[in-house]
Structures are given as structure tokens and as C-alpha cells.
Write a protein that binds this ligand. Structure first.
Ligand SMILES: Cc1ncc(COP(=O)(O)O)c(C=O)c1O
Length: 401
């Protein structure tokens, strides 16, 4: 029996695979420090939990409308007003199984086989695979310098076949935010050229140092070509609910995305929709609490990283991640990450998964204690003058490298 061509070209999600590997190693009793994750350790907001319990107790856990319940859409319109400063209605919102499904629906609804979709490097691991899934051609746009792409770098990749551009700010994995002039330029260009623009804004409330996320809608005259994606996974730490959404002035796009869902997943889990509604209507102080905690943890991480010679790190302006240049230690990020996992039971994500070798992604959404412990191991592993052994999880580990 043969699998389809699509099945054969689509790769695993490296980050989900790493999570599974870490879970398996922990089950074996290995004291792994996981700084490779993409979800905060914070417990779920109480308002979300109460709403979930209430919904479960109603014993009405049925199908819900394919593109989301009207109540949840309404709450998303309020979120959109607060975050982007724009007025939208329920017809401009589609609720999906995580931000991930909204991105995939968008591609299904806008890309024909052979169409090109451009995204900056470094990129979130799923973009190229999702583009391939819909028969599109993934086109990487690499920064000419550093980790931050310029408008020129991006526009160089545009051809007659460019159908869509996808940007993610603040960015996973670099933690960097695109500048106001970049957003203005890309929005104006896409509008002029009739190119779809997806803005993956899943981290846009998790910004540090009073920095500014710039809304694409600020510069759009007639934003029929823009889909803004967001969700509850990151800001409320509700990754397991699997609720995200897309917002667009283009109601034809939103309706088509709803049809894709109706014919594939039927609808979102009504239980999870109730939980997400609880989070959106509950105490919004939880977001600021998480943001502050992340900013603090980022500072702890940067402080520890500064003790390591020969690495380079750009200060993350948001998200959960720092992207660290380790190429002076090892040009292969895969080999470097394997070395850390094998020798000091520390997990980080190889930069190669995000399109840039010689870097690793180190997350600071773990607890401060885990960040400090992870960095203690990293520093020891890399320091040629360090003591011959250290204790890890109650056992003495000796250097054999
Ligand atoms: C940039 C980016 N977009 C989208 C997602 C997916 O979010 P969700 O869990 O809501 O599907 C993630 C999750 O890691 C992400 O980092």
C-alpha cells in the first residue's frame, strides 16, 4: 500500500516531537530541564476553568456552529477592539482549533497549487509544511543581516506567482518585533499588489520594555486582503483548549474558512469554546501577570547567557523565546541540541527547525528555577575551565568532552 504524495512530503512538527521526547525521558525518571517549550507553566485562568466546569455540568456538550459560537465571536470582536483598535462584527470572525487551524484555513482558502507564499526567516516551524499541504510553494525571505528582515529583503522574493505573505510579530523564535516602517511598507505593498497578508499575532500582547506591537490595520486603507490571527493559547496559557481565531474585513474569506471547518472538523469543541469565552470575559489582569513574569524570566535568562563567552543573543522584545547564536561552539544546531540533551539533560530547539542553523531557541516560559538550573548546566557544559563534574538530579555527571 502506498501513502499519498502529500503524506510523504509533510514532516513532523519538530517542537511537538521534542515535547513528546522530553515527556518520555521524564517518565523514565531523567531530570530533564525543558527550555524548548512553547507554553507557559502558569495554571489556567480561574475564569476559564469555572466556565469549563459550568459548561460540563450543563451536560449539553453538543456540536456548535462551524465557525464558532456567536458569544465567543462577540468576545473576540471586543478583544480585537482592545488590541488592534478596530471595530469588527461577528461576521468578520472565524473561531478555529487553535491559531494553527486558522492559518491552515487561510492557506486553503487563498492558495492554489503552484502559488508562492513568502515568509521571513527565522519562521515558525509549521509555515512551510502548511503551505506544502495546500499545494503551495514555500518561499523563504532571509535577512541580509542579523535576524531581522528588512522590507527590501522581503520584497526581493516577490514574483508574479506570489499569492500571500505571512508575518509573525513578535516573532517565534527570535522574539523580535517588526518595526513600524516595516509593517507600513508591507501593508501598503500587499494592498497595492493584491497580495494576501496573514499576520500571526499570537504573541502580540506579550511585549516587553514598553515596546510597541504595530497593528497592520493602522496602515491599511481597504484591508480586504488581511487576516489577523490570534487565540487563547499563549496569552492565557490555554494551549490545551485549542481555540484560536482569524479576523478579517473580508467576509468572503471568513465565510470560506468557516466552510472549510464545516467539512473537516465540523466545529470547535463546545466545551473548549466555553472555556475560551470564560478567559476572554474574565479578569484580564492574568495577561499582565504573565507578561511581567515573562519579562522577568527573559532578564534572568539574558543575565545568565551573558556569562557565556562566544555566544550572541539579540534581546527578545516579546514572546517566550530567545534565539541564541551558538555557531562558535557548533555550526550544527541539531548536534548542539543533542549534545545538551545527552550530556546535561537540557532541552532546547535547534535553529535549523526555524530555517537558521548555528542557533538554538531557548524558552523562558519555564519557571525561574528551571531557567536558572538549565543555564547552570549550559554554562558548565560550555565552559572549558569549569569543574570536572557537577550534580544533576542528585547524580554526579563527569565531563567526557
Ligand atoms: C508563531 C505561532 N503561531 C501559531 C501558533 C499556534 O498556536 P495555537 O496553539 O493556538 O494553535 C504558535 C504556537 O506555538 C506559534 O508559535
Amino acid at each position: 500500500m502506498k501513502l499519498s504524495n502529500t503524506a510523504n512530503i509533510i514532516g513532523d512538527s519538530p517542537t511537538l516531537k521534542l515535547n513528546a521526547k522530553v515527556a518520555a525521558l521524564r517518565k523514565e525518571g531523567k531530570p530533564i530541564v525543558h527550555l524548548g517549550g512553547g507554553e507557559p507553566e502558569f495554571p489556567a485562568p480561574i475564569a476559564a476553568v469555572e466556565a469549563l466546569v459550568k459548561k460540563a455540568q450543563s451536560r449539553k456538550i453538543k456540536y456548535s456552529p462551524a465557525s464558532g459560537t456567536p458569544e465567543l465571536k462577540k468576545a473576540v470582536t471586543k478583544f480585537t477592539k482592545d488590541v488592534y483598535g478596530i471595530d469588527v462584527e461577528n461576521k468578520n470572525v472565524v473561531i478555529s482549533v487553535g491559531a494553527k487551524q486558522a492559518i491552515y484555513d487561510f492557506l486553503l482558502c487563498t492558495v492554489n497549487p503552484g502559488d508562492e507564499v513568502i515568509y521571513p526567516v527565522p519562521y515558525w516551524v509549521s509555515y512551510p509544511e502548511m503551505i506544502k499541504l495546500v499545494g503551495g510553494v514555500p518561499v523563504e525571505a532571509r535577512p541580509s543581516k542579523g535576524l531581522q528582515i528588512t522590507l527590501e529583503d522581503l520584497l526581493k522574493r516577490v514574483t508574479q506567482r506570489t499569492k500571500a505573505i505571512m508575518i509573525n510579530t513578535p516573532n517565534n523564535p527570535s522574539g523580535l518585533i517588526y518595526s513600524e516602517s516595516f509593517i507600513k511598507g508591507i501593508v501598503e505593498f500587499c494592498e497595492q499588489k493584491n497580495i494576501w497578508l496573514l499576520t500571526d499575532d499570537i504573541y502580540n500582547r506579550l511585549v516587553f520594555d514598553n515596546g510597541n506591537y504595530v497593528s497592520p490595520f493602522k496602515y491599511a486603507k481597504n484591508p480586504q486582503n488581511i487576516l489577523a490571527v490570534n487565540g487563547v493559547s499563549k496569552v492565557y496559557g490555554l494551549t490545551g483548549l485549542r481555540i484560536g481565531w482569524g479576523v478579517s474585513y473580508n467576509t468572503e474569506l471568513i465565510a470560506a474558512m468557516g466552510r472549510m471547518q464545516a467539512q473537516t472538523t465540523s466545529c470547535n469543541s463546545s466545551l473548549c469554546e466555553a472555556g475560551a469565552l470564560g478567559a476572554l470575559e474574565g479578569d484580564q489582569g492574568v495577561i499582565e501577570e504573565l507578561r511581567k513574569n515573562l519579562e522577568h524570566n527573559r532578564n534572568v535568562l539574558l543575565g545568565e547567557l551573558s556569562k557565556i563567552k562566544d555566544i550572541e543573543v539579540f534581546t527578545p522584545q516579546g514572546t517566550f523565546y530567545s534565539f541564541v547564536n551558538i555557531s562558535k561552539y557548533n555550526k550544527s544546531s541539531m548536534a548542539f541540541a543533542e549534545f545538551l540533551l545527552d550530556k546535561v539533560l537540557l532541552s532546547v530547539v535547534p535553529g535549523a527547525n526555524f530555517g537558521v542553523d548555528g542557533y538554538v531557541r531557548i524558552s523562558y516560559c519555564a519557571s525561574e528555577e528551571n531557567i536558572r538550573e538549565g543555564l547552570r548546566r549550559l554554562i558548565w557544559a560550555l565552559d572549558k575551565n569549569a569543574t570536572e563534574s557537577i550534580e544533576i538530579g542528585g547524580k554526579l555527571v563527569k565531563k567526557d568532552w
